[in-house]
Design a protein around this ligand. Structure first.
Ligand code: ADP
Length: 640
């Protein structure tokens, strides 16, 4: 490229406004004080290398696309005098529609997610540090950008041009124009005051060494000085990082590669780099991220590992790992798969399935090692990915026991520190036969559930399961270490059999009255409850709801009802605390000659039922009736 032709041929182009979100994002990017502007170069060079990768892949089926130009490369040109930096490639290129779609809108899920988060957070600076914003980052150093591009196989060249404010234009480039090219893309940056430092050739070279040394396409730096174009200097050796021996790779190179495959700027939590040999040969360079990627809970639950075959990029949509390991980022490069493999057929390929199994095994081993050797790191991992890994507990039965070893829980006796099932089992009571759990959607409410009181009073630990996935695996799991899982919200549990608590009241003396009272309550509540029983799981609260001994878990039922939109509310058991003063009082009253007034009995039965519903996070059975009863009883109380 020479310094000629500053303005290119964009005067008569179509004018397009950026999508509102894009304009906002650009503004934020350019005007936020972002310390690491260097990344613009990484984004542009890796886009250019990707474009070469894509062409190489498409040329397997259509060799004509290469049109004799098989020497795929990226050239960064620096022209200090004219304050220009350009990044050019002879890769796949873009036609007019692609220029508009790729550079003018934020159809890309990454950018869209970024903008959504931005709206939520109202603070862009932190977020920019976390997400890659790709091409747009070039506006941090340029006040005007032109993108000249020709799609492989096409004869027309287009120029996209913008100052990064509100709009961009796309116009045709004539063959006589100095920027006309046979194929590929040239990104031409008019460097602003903010980017002036990048016009120094040594600085550029140093940055490129860091960012380009792992790129599998040759990258060159060219300097234009006194109007003369210098010799291209190759930066890095174009050897894919994963093919290099581990001992030669610096941490910064791993980190940078991680940034490129994940779009995140933080350090990875762990790096897994190895070469499998034997029946199948492949290299793996994979990372465990330190925080949740934005698309972790995307309904598609796709794994994002990139698949290469003998250094040629094939796809990042091959779903190589099971979806409960979808947070893993990185690449797999197979020596054995056929190069011309059809992307659609990949999923059924037994070689790929075997690679997936091998890599999943290795990833789980790495996670297991972290769990053993570095509890702090493991906690970071578990906080971010525990809910995802737990999906494997019901999706991958062959791995269930291994996954149970990794699974951590908050429990009724340990709400700040994670506990393993091994810890749990080691601390079980002598006569305790089951692993107790309680599920719900709100961790804080779970912890204060009345159903836990009796367990706490006896020192029996209860797993508090508040991730949506918990309700699914826990009902299908057979148990751990020979101990079944048992819900504390399920009826038919006599905790006194595990350990009797000392009863400071004379509740037993009023046993017949209590039985009478419970029968009365059941008559009043009718079919709304299956039964009204005396509870051993309450110590402070007066009542709670549990599922019948053989009934479905109440919180699973609620989750399923929410998902199906249907109201499946099967009748629960109302459990009553026989030692509660209110119950003792009522039992005494019922034993007396004149018994309990019907209205009082009715109010009490419903109030006990409704307050148990409220403790479970539900609305009273009949909210209007509830408030009337509530105020009536308080008024009565004030009178006496
Ligand atoms: P990302 O690379 O994360 O998708 P970018 O904003 O960097 O996001 O780029 C958006 C899209 O523009 C890319 O996905 C790609 O399709 C296209 N693109 C960018 N640079 C090039 C290039 N040099 N050659 C071909 N296509 C490109």
């Amino acid at each position: 490229m020479s310094k000629a032709n500053e303005t290119a041929t964009t005067n008569d182009g179509d004018n397009h406004a950026f999508q509102a979100d894009t304009a906002k994002l650009l503004h934020l990017l350019i005007h936020s004080v972002y310390s690491d502007k260097d990344i613009f170069l990484r984004e542009l060079v890796s886009n250019a290398a990707d474009a070469c990768d894509k062409l190489r892949y498409q040329a397997i089926a259509k060799p004509d696309l290469l049109a004799g130009d098989t020497d795929l490369k990226v050239i960064v040109t620096l022209d200090k005098e004219n304050k220009r930096i350009s990044v050019a490639d002879n890769g796949i290129g873009m036609g007019k529609a692609e220029l508009v779609a790729n550079l003018g809108t934020i159809a890309r899920s990454g950018t869209r997610a970024f903008v959504d988060k931005l709206k939520e957070a109202n603070d862009g600076n932190n977020l920019i540090g976390q997400f890659g914003v790709g091409f747009y980052s070039a506006f941090m150093v340029a006040d005007q950008i032109e993108v000249f591009s020709v799609a492989a196989g096409s004869k027309s060249a287009w120029c996209w041009q913008s100052d990064g404010e509100q709009s961009f234009t796309v116009s045709p480039v004539k063959k006589s124009d100095a920027h006309w090219r046979a194929r590929g893309t040239e990104i031409n940056l008019h460097i602003s005051q903010d980017g002036a430092d990048y016009l120094d050739v040594n600085r550029m070279r140093a940055i490129m060494e860091t960012y380009s040394s792992h790129i599998a396409v040759p990258v060159f730096l060219v300097e234009i000085k006194d109007g003369e174009t210098g010799e291209p200097m190759q930066v890095g050796d174009a050897t894919a990082i994963w093919m290099r021996p581990k001992k030669d790779i610096k941490d910064t190179e791993y980190k940078d590669f991680y940034g490129q495959v994940s779009g995140q700027y933080e350090d990875p939590l762990a790096t897994i780099h190895y070469r499998a040999e034997g029946r199948q040969e492949y290299s793996v360079l994979a990372f465990l991220p330190a925080s949740q990627p934005f698309d972790l809970f995307d309904p598609a639950r796709k794994s994002r590992l990139k698949l290469y075959v003998r250094r040629v990029f094939i796809t990042d949509e091959a779903d190589i790992l099971p979806s409960y390991l979808r947070f893993v980022r990185g690449i797999i490069d197979s020596e054995d798969l056929p190069l011309n493999i059809n992307r659609e057929m990949l999923q059924q390929n037994p070689l790929l399935a075997a690679i997936g199994t091998g890599v999943a095994k290795r990833v789980l081993k790495e996670i297991g090692d972290i769990a053993k050797n570095d509890s702090e790191k493991f906690e970071t991992f578990w906080d971010a990915f525990g809910p995802v890994l737990k999906e494997g507990l019901y999706e991958d039965l062959a791995k269930r026991d291994e996954l149970f070893e990794l699974t951590r829980f908050k429990t009724s006796s340990s709400k700040d520190k994670w506990r393993s099932l091994k810890d749990y089992v080691a601390d079980m009571k002598d006569k305790q036969a089951a692993i107790y759990y309680m599920t719900g959607t709100d961790a804080a409410r779970l912890e204060n559930s009345p159903q836990l009181e009796g367990y706490r009073a006896r020192g029996i630990e209860v797993l508090l399961l508040s991730d949506p996935v918990d309700s699914f695996w826990v009902v299908t799991a057979l148990g751990f270490d020979g101990k079944p899982f048992k819900s504390v919200t399920q009826g038919g549990e006599d905790l006194d059999e595990i350990e009797a608590v000392e009863d400071k009241t004379d509740a037993d003396k009023s046993a017949p009255e209590l039985a009478k009272l419970l029968t009365r309550f059941k008559e009043i509540l009718g079919d709304v409850v299956v039964a009204v029983n005396k509870s051993t799981r309450l110590t402070d609260s007066v009542s709670c709801l549990v599922a019948p001994a053989e009934g479905p878990d109440r919180s699973l039922e609620k989750i399923l009802a929410r998902q199906s939109g249907e109201d499946v509310d099967s009748a629960p058991v109302l459990e009553i605390n026989p030692t509660h003063p209110l119950i003792l009082e009522l039992a005494e009253k019922i034993g007396q000659a004149d018994g309990i007034a019907p209205e009082l009995a009715e109010d009490m039965a419903w109030l006990l039922f409704d307050q148990a519903r409220i403790a479970d996070g539900e609305a009273p059975h009949d909210p209007a009736a509830f408030s009337q009863r509530f105020s009536r009883r308080i008024a009565e109380n004030l009178k006496s």
